[in-house]
Design a protein around this ligand. Structure first.
Ligand SMILES: [Zn+2]
Length: 87
């Protein structure tokens, strides 16, 4: 399983890693995505500066765990383009 950035589709193994990616980018698409999840980039930055070890990203990490988790253990089934399964 892994976490896929909803903005640029970067794949991370852990949610905190993806949180660092999003905060590290900090460009408009990533900030807009944060805003759509009810998070503020500036507030996360401040929280991060006040703490150590990524604690400030905790709220973001929780969102990532719910929103960007991808179970890639099983590859997606055949595309539905060829509908030969209806018999
Ligand atoms: Zn990204």
């Amino acid at each position: 399983m892994s976490y896929h950035c909803a903005v640029c589709h970067k794949v991370s193994i852990t949610a905190p890693d993806l949180a660092r990616h999003i905060m590290g980018r900090g460009d408009k698409p990533h900030r807009d995505w944060l805003a759509s999840k009810g998070l503020k980039y500036s507030e996360l930055l401040i929280a991060q500066m006040k703490t150590f070890g990524g604690e400030g990203y905790h709220s973001l990490t929780k969102v990532l765990q719910n929103e960007t988790w991808v179970d890639d253990e099983i590859p997606p089934a055949k595309s539905s383009v060829g509908t030969d399964s209806e018999k």
